[in-house]
Design a protein around this ligand. Structure first.
Ligand code: F6P
Length: 317
């Protein structure tokens, strides 16, 4: 394998992974090109050479130096064909795709339909890649949200208020559950679980009557809008509420040590397994060991022990 390409989504730890891929590949004597703007760039043939020096000073940076896109064109067969043409015309022998479910689904298509050797590196703040304990970006996102939550708690406690904090997670409650548990929150609402809002409002009202006057409710964006939950609580309890929507601050920012270490490890392992002939898999690292998961499995909906989180949150509040 003489030449490989990297395609990315954005989240903390991705630059650490790019650096690791480039430097590992260089040690193997391979040429590396970066694909600018994700799958749109692959379709349009937007490539940039990457070498040891071009990835200096990026390990501590959020986002992706390669830029990215939510490519609508790649959903179409014509876009996929054009993308595979870019790979062939540029004599690229293998591709490393760093991203979440959507990006890894694209990687799976390129590997199976167009027979391009592809290895994925899971990177998503939603941490919803099946078979992989921790994706790049998830640890930073939880820490960023937790930091914001701690600040909100200062006001919630001082003013004895009910706060609804909306966190990211379109289809999954990973950030919400972890932030709720680590932040000592009273309630959490996630897409994976039906919620009984009447019961939640009753608990808040009863708590209020007994003197528990500040509450923090975490809601994943895929479950409901924070403002809608606030309105329900106010209507049912008569209590005043405030809403904070954390949004994209959760996806950016300086990667935690965990994300940098994971980026370094997964980038290195991805190049090694791709070079050894593995394709249509993504890489992971847990308990000191590297592993790989078929992409067909990793893109399936991830199961998360939501009830376990709920039980513990209830015991601890
Ligand atoms: O998939 C990661 C994620 O940050 C989700 O949590 C969120 O719903 C979505 O991306 C937001 O996407 P965009 O940045 O395209 O609006």
């Amino acid at each position: 394998m003489k030449k490989i390409a990297i395609l990315t989504r954005d989240c903390a730890g991705v630059n650490a992974a790019i650096r690791s891929v480039v430097r590992t590949a260089s040690k193997h004597g391979m040429e590396v090109v970066g694909i600018i703007r994700g799958y749109d760039g692959l379709i349009d043939g937007e490539l940039t050479p990457l070498d040891h020096r071009s990835v200096s000073g990026i390990i501590n940076k959020g986002g992706t130096i390669l830029k990215t896109s939510r490519s609508k064109r790649f959903y179409e067969e014509s876009g996929q064909e054009q993308a595979s043409k870019t790979i062939h015309e540029n004599n690229i022998d293998g591709l490393i795709v760093i991203g979440g479910n959507g990006s890894l689904t694209g990687a799976h298509i390129l590997a199976t339909k167009y027979h391009i050797p592809v290895v994925g590196i899971p990177a998503t703040i939603d941490n919803d890649v099946t078979g992989v304990d921790l994706a790049l970006g998830a640890d930073t996102a939880v820490n960023v949200a937790l930091d914001a939550l701690d600040k909100i708690r200062d006001t919630a406690t001082s003013l004895e208020r009910i706060f609804i904090v909306e966190v990211m997670g379109r289809c999954c409650g990973y950030i919400a559950l972890n932030v709720a548990l680590a932040g000592g929150c009273e309630e959490v609402l996630v897409p994976e679980k039906d919620s009984n809002l009447d019961e939640m409002c009753r608990e808040i009202q009863e708590g209020n009557e007994k003197g528990k006057v500040s509450w923090i409710v975490i809601v994943a964006e895929g479950k409901a809008k924070g403002s809608d939950i606030a309105e329900i609580i106010t209507n049912k309890t008569g209590l005043e509420t405030r809403v904070a929507v954390l949004g994209h601050i959760q996806r950016g920012g300086r990667p935690t040590a965990i994300d940098r270490l994971l980026g370094a490890r997964l980038g290195n392992h991805a190049v090694n397994v791709l070079k050894d002939g593995l394709t249509d898999h993504c890489v992971g690292f847990k308990d000191g060991k590297y592993f790989t998961v078929p992409l067909s499995e990793s893109i399936q909906p991830k199961e998360i022990d939501v009830d376990g989180y709920y039980r513990l949150i209830k015991i601890l509040t």
